[in-house]
Design a protein around this ligand. Structure first.
Ligand code: HEC
Length: 155
């Protein structure tokens, strides 16, 4: 009698302990998975909108594939300028840029008009697209980071 009760108690305790272990591990995993999913869904949305905005506002000069056009429009694909000048890239979308620019060793000198109607969010989305396509690699571009840069762009 006592023996049976003892082993029952043991089983109950063991399964309760096992259950606790299982649920606590399960929850930790779920939390991590959810955070990843949220940040990557947001990044994917930025990327998809960014591509649409790029095709609408930028591709007529820089081309859909980012190759640029001869010595008139510099390439964005594999551009070393883009890799080295994150802040300038953010600013030039809104304010334009002029003067000589060296991109991958070639000189360009033709004014790029700014697009003042682009919102901070749209600029962050285009930047997410630029920096995750054509051989550029950067972590996601945050809206608040972009707004802070836009606030200090030289006009
Ligand atoms: C009317 C044509 C035109 C449009 C539209 C245009 N650009 Fe440009 N872009 C230029 C020219 C020309 C330059 C070179 C400026 C210079 O020589 O000072 C340039 C330079 C750049 C550069 C720096 C050089 C490089 O190749 O890395 C980036 C980055 C850039 N543009 C991104 C964009 C993005 C993003 C958009 C859309 C939001 C855009 N441009 C729209 C013509 C254009």
């Amino acid at each position: 009698m006592f023996k049976v009760q003892g082993s029952r108690l043991g089983i109950v305790l063991l399964s309760a302990f096992g259950f606790l272990l299982l649920t606590s591990c399960g929850e930790k995993k779920k939390d991590a998975a959810e955070t990843n999913a949220i940040s990557s869904v947001k990044e994917q949305q930025y990327y998809v909108h960014g591509e649409q905005l790029y095709l609408k506002h930028c591709s007529n000069c820089h081309q859909a594939s980012g190759t640029g056009l001869g010595l008139l429009y510099p390439p964005l694909a594999k551009s070393d300028f883009i890799d080295k000048n994150f802040e300038s890239v953010i600013c030039l979308m809104r304010h334009g840029i002029n003067g000589e620019l060296i991109v991958n060793g070639k000189s360009f000198n033709k004014e790029m008009p700014g697009i003042p109607s682009l919102t901070d969010l749209e600029i962050a989305e285009i930047a997410t697209y630029l920096y995750n396509t054509w051989g550029h690699q950067r972590d996601s571009v945050e809206l608040k980071e972009v707004s802070a840069i836009l606030d200090r762009c030289a006009e």
